[in-house]
Design a protein around this ligand. Sequence first.
Ligand SMILES: [Zn+2]
Length: 43
Amino acid sequence: MKEPKQEEPCLRCGAPMEWRHGTWQCTKCRFKLGCCEGECPND
Ligand SMILES: [Zn+2]
């Protein structure tokens, strides 16, 4: 597993996102980046 060095701010709430399971996920609102690979929440 490699971790990106750059943190991505959440596009919704601006909180720092965490790198999990190959995607950026917001711990506050659960917004995901890189959701095009399978599951994609309604948005
Ligand atoms: Zn968020």
